[in-house]
Ligand binder design. Structure first.
Ligand code: SIN
Ligand code: CO
Length: 397
């Protein structure tokens, strides 16, 4: 059997096939999977906008723009967000700077017309066309994007370097506000000419630097909402449509076995009330509900002590007969967890034993004396330092 040849990372496009292959083949083999450089994706490409018009747009209040200047000697990066001024442009150095303007397709019909070549993607998957202008050496530095992007060279040359290593480190440089990669070890490099296009799936480290003369790059970026954003919006959407009278209900309630326990029956009731949460595992549902239900409806909260207590100081006070009083605004619940229990207090979660979680939920005043084992002392100390328990000196007889 002959071995299948690996997929090429570089192909040649044509007026008929800007992707150098059919959209179906591109989607199957490259989309969201691997980078692809398409030489002459747009043969004889004519830029739909000129650098001066882009700079003009960056002066407008409504446009989102950034001017990034790299001081190469000291490796410092200066970022100025728009609206920019004529003065900003007048004071740029001769090289090593770039201007980036987002959403240019919304302001310029000729730029928007480029999107007609991307109709093989659902239109709602496209986010915007960002255009950059750079003088030699200009760029935003090595970075990753969280979405797919088509980088079309419009004017001049740009040197692109990428890393296809799936395990490449993604930590950011701590010293600059741009989310630049601390380590960048490219394994592919190309010089792009007008009409060439580089496709990058999300999370691929890349760095594009203007080469030789003025450079304009058109980025067709996708919209990829985070799961967190989708979840938050879905929750809001569902909440808006649910009548206030539909409530958590427990007509089947049996007498509580242990004070404050969020038991299996409560989880089952939650799953009935929240069908979209039915797929959540017990641990996640419990962790969310425990935090939620122990938060007070109004603004009152326990106040942490001015000075944190040390474990030794708490031990000394308890040994001396001090009591622990539950703060009146401390609302508690607990649930069984791996190896013990989780105690929930005002939206916070603490590892505990079933015995101590039950005790803390059922008694407003505790006198642990010398009985508090070392492991529980850590829990009591956290509760004291978070303001949920208040240390009271022993009563005089
Ligand atoms: C640029 O055009 O300079 C940046 C585009 C990108 O790397 O996403
Ligand atoms: Co990028």
């Amino acid at each position: 059997m002959t071995k299948a040849s690996p997929l090429p990372i570089e192909v040649r496009g044509s007026a008929k096939q800007p992707l150098g292959m059919s959209p179906a083949q591109f989607l199957r083999d490259y989309w969201q999977k691997r980078p692809l450089l398409i030489r002459q994706a747009f043969p004889d490409f004519k830029p739909p906008i000129q650098p001066d018009d882009l700079a003009g747009l960056a002066l407008e209040d409504v446009a989102l723009s950034r001017l990034i200047i790299h001081d190469e000697k000291r490796d410092r990066w200066k970022v100025k967000t728009g609206p920019l001024t004529e003065k900003d442009f007048a004071s740029t150095p001769n090289s090593n700077w770039t201007l980036l303007v987002q959403d240019v397709d919304k302001w310029d019909a000729d730029v928007a017309a480029l999107l007609e070549d991307f109709t093989f993607l659902p239109s709602w998957r496209l986010d915007d066309i960002m255009i950059s202008y750079a003088e030699p050496g200009g760029g935003v530095g090595p970075h990753v994007d969280q979405y797919d992007v088509f980088l079309l060279q419009a004017i001049g040359q740009r040197h692109w370097a990428i890393s296809t290593d799936p395990n490449a480190p993604k930590d950011f440089r701590p010293d600059i506000e741009l989310k630049q990669l601390q380590h960048f070890d490219p394994d592919h490099e190309w010089m792009l000419e007008p009409g060439d296009m580089l496709y990058l799936p999300p999370d691929v480290p890349h760095d594009g630097i203007a080469f030789g003369g003025p450079c304009m790059t058109i980025s067709v970026g996708m919209r990829a909402p985070s799961r967190a954003e989708l979840t938050g919006d879905l929750a809001d959407y569902l909440a808006e449509r649910l009548p206030d009278e539909l409530r958590y209900a427990d007509p089947d309630l049996a007498p509580a076995k242990a004070a404050g326990e969020i038991d299996k029956a409560a989880l089952a009731r939650l799953r009935t009330a929240l069908p979209f949460a039915a797929g959540l595992d017990d641990a996640t549902l419990t962790d969310w509900f425990g935090r939620f239900i122990t938060r007070y409806r109004n603004a009152q909260l326990p106040v942490p002590p001015e000075k944190e207590l040390t474990e030794a100081a708490l031990r000394k006070q308890l040994d001396g007969g001090a009591h622990l009083l539950r703060h009146p605004w401390a609302r508690m619940a607990w649930a069984k967890a791996k190896g013990g229990a989780t105690l929930f207090v005002n939206g916070q979660a603490y590892p505990a034993t079933v015995e101590w979680a039950t005790q803390l939920c059922s008694q407003r005043e505790l006198s642990p004396g010398k009985s508090a084992p070392a492991a529980q002392l850590a829990l009591l100390l956290s509760l004291v330092n978070d303001g949920h328990l208040v240390v009271r000196k022993p009563r005089r007889r």
